[in-house]
Design a protein around this ligand. Structure first.
Ligand SMILES: [Zn+2]
Length: 252
């Protein structure tokens, strides 16, 4: 039997999902531009949006532009994800902590997909959130080791990527500007190391690299078949790290 309490809880998670979507859209819009909690502007004409405009996903008052596709996708995704987290929270975390983790991962995910970047400010907040989280979940020794491995392994891959680029630039006789792995990925991996702890961070890194490799391989194959392939298209790694970390937190 589905009682009134269940229905009420479901409605509350839907409402929270909508709010989470509004917050994620706001942060993903303003942080890459101003690095602060500035007023949100219209993507088309730049005129300011009020809090109610954001909350109700209203059209721009000046130019009548509707919200972007991304804004609606995020809104829908959050309204699907938050009820799922509400009814099936990761056992070790519970609903509210899982919600904070979802919001953090969401911001990093969207900004990395749109800008191929993980902002340093966002990483700093990640460290501040991950330290108490990791200590609570795993204790200090696993947290410390998790950080060392998460940060260290990605730092190694980062320098390997730079060397590889230099070598390819020489071999091809032209500069390659795109980096396979940005320093933001190194920071994120360090944060996930703190949050997941040792040895989960190794599983996370391995899964993300395999998942990212497989999907980018598939992408390259499709592009080659459509004759649109350009070598060295950077893939955003953060989404893969985040998906792997979310699965691992569910199993924690
Ligand atoms: Zn406008």
């Amino acid at each position: 039997m589905i009682g009134p309490r269940t229905i009420l809880f479901f409605l509350m998670t839907l409402f929270l999902g909508w709010l989470a979507g509004v917050l994620l859209n706001y942060l993903a819009d303003v942080l890459p531009q101003t690095r602060s909690f500035s007023a949100a502007g219209c993507h088309s004409c730049g005129s300011k949006r009020s809090f109610l405009d954001l909350l109700l996903m209203r059209r721009c008052r000046s130019c009548q532009a509707g919200r972007t596709h991304r804004a609606w996708i995020v809104q829908i995704a959050a309204m699907l994800a938050v009820p799922v987290i509400g009814f099936l929270p990761p056992p070790a975390l519970g609903f509210w902590i899982a919600l904070v983790v979802f919001l953090y991962f969401g911001v990093v995910f969207i900004i990395d997909v749109e800008h191929r970047a993980i902002l340093h400010e966002v990483s700093l907040v990640g460290v501040l959130l991950a330290i108490p989280f990791g200590l609570w979940l795993n204790g200090w020794s696993k947290t410390l080791l998790g950080f060392a491995v998460g940060f260290g392994v990605m730092l190694g891959l980062y320098y390997f990527g730079i060397l590889f680029n230099r070598w390819m630039s020489k071999a091809r006789g032209q500069e390659i500007d795109e980096v396979a792995l940005g320093f933001g990925d190194v920071n994120l991996s360090g944060i996930l190391g703190i949050a997941l702890g040792w040895p989960r961070i190794i599983v996370c890194l391995f899964s993300a690299i395999v998942l990212g490799g497989l999907l980018s391989g598939l992408y390259i194959l499709v592009m080659v078949l459509r004759k649109k392939y350009q070598a060295f298209t950077a893939i955003p790694y953060a989404p893969f790290l985040i998906i792997a970390a979310a699965v691992l937190l569910y199993m924690a």
